[in-house]
Design a protein around this ligand. Structure first.
Ligand code: UT7
Length: 329
């Protein structure tokens, strides 16, 4: 028994934040942003709504599309670094909104690798036979933790959600085949939100020092991301006795066009084999991979039996790759 993706959906807020608008907010320019990152615009959810709003909308699309009653869901995992609240979990809010009355669930913090961590975790509950329907959601409202006075970070991030449904299959031509995941806490200081947790709870001082916003040492993260993502993706391909021509689609985390491009060159893939949508959405953290995969599915870029490699790198450091055979028609 293996776990297959049997449904997929995504949600992006309507409001766009363009490079031209950012030019009015910080000392930056459209050309710098495009050449250094590949980003043209990102989506912003706005006040009064949390990450759960996008997560619920992405999940609903799957349930409606597949006509599945919410009470058939066994487990909901929400990968996010921007929960609605610290307690309870965003999964609890999603469960309530979907009226998924027969499930349990939890949030998973794997930062930009969160969706991969969650997908790997969820697949185990299917493979053991314990669960039949698991919702895996990657969702982040990055605009809630971004300092729109910091040009190093504010140009990079956006808000979105993507979701998949996992179900069991006996068919060898479709399903999650393998994953390789890593964690190295020595990366902690290069990409973090310094305050607001138990180490440095919120105080007047932490607010005054802008310590509740995301901090990133971009250059250091960039170097690790290129090597981490390319190496782990090449490794999963060879470990499964495949080569780069066998891969129909490489769907990487969308943090920077140059990171993706370097990884693609290192892996010997062609441009047709890679999914890139960073120009439209920026870095949406846990949502990038399910969002890109959902758009690729809508564009019919993969068919049942196709080999697909997912890869991510993010805060922690966390990184990894996941190999699957596409199962949805
Ligand atoms: O998803 C989680 C993982 N995150 C990532 O993978 C992100 C990894 N890092 C990156 O994508 C890149 O490092 C950035 C896009 C964040 C920055 O690009 P970079 O090529 O590494 O630029 P840099 O930080 O070395 O900055 C180069 C110059 C600096 O000026 P000086 O010191 O050379 O005079 C910056 O101050 O560009 C300046 N700069 C900007 N200029 C215009 C930095 N941000 C901006 C900006 N607009 N927004």
């Amino acid at each position: 028994m293996q776990a297959m993706i049997s449904g997929i959906g995504h949600y992006v807020p309507e409001k766009k934040l363009t490079n031209q608008e950012l030019e009015q907010m910080v000392d930056t320019n459209n050309e710098w942003i495009i050449t250094r990152t590949g980003i043209k615009e990102r989506r912003i959810l706005g006040e009064g709504k949390g990450t759960s709003f996008m997560a619920v909308n992405a999940a609903r699309r799957i349930l409606e599309q597949k006509q599945i009653p919410a009470d058939e869901i066994d487990l909901i995992i929400v990968a996010t670094v921007t929960p609605d609240m610290t307690v309870p979990s965003t999964a609890a809010v999603v469960q309530k909104e979907l009226n998924a009355t027969n499930c349990w669930g939890f949030d998973l913090n794997g930062a930009c690798s969160g969706f991969l961590y969650a997908l790997a975790t969820a697949s185990q509950f299917i493979e053991t036979g314990k669960h039949k329907k698991v919702l895996v959601i990657g969702a982040d409202k990055m605009s809630s933790i971004i300092d729109y006075k910091d040009r190093n970070t504010c140009i990079l991030f956006g808000d979105a959600a993507g979701a998949v449904l996992l179900e069991p299959t006996e068919n060898d031509d479709g399903g999650i085949k393998d994953f390789i995941l890593h964690l190295d806490g020595r990366g902690e200081k290069y990409l973090c939100i310094p305050a607001g947790g138990s180490l440095r709870p919120a105080s007047n001082e932490t607010v005054a020092n802008r310590m509740h916003y995301l901090y990133q040492d971009g250059k250091t993260v960039f170097k690790h991301a290129v090597t981490g993502m390319a190496d782990v993706s090449a490794k999963i391909i060879t470990a499964n006795k495949l080569n780069s021509e066998d891969i129909k689609l490489f769907i990487p985390h969308q943090a920077n066009y140059r990171i993706i491009d370097a990884a693609v060159r290192k892996m010997g893939l062609s441009d047709e084999q890679v999914v890139i949508n960073i120009d439209k959405y920026g870095n949406t953290t846990a949502a990038t991979i399910p969002l890109a995969m959902s758009e690729a599915y809508q564009k019919k870029l993969m068919k049942p039996g196709d080999w697909v490699v997912l890869a991510a790198f993010g805060a922690g450091f966390t990184w990894g790759s996941l190999l699957l055979r596409w199962a949805l028609d």
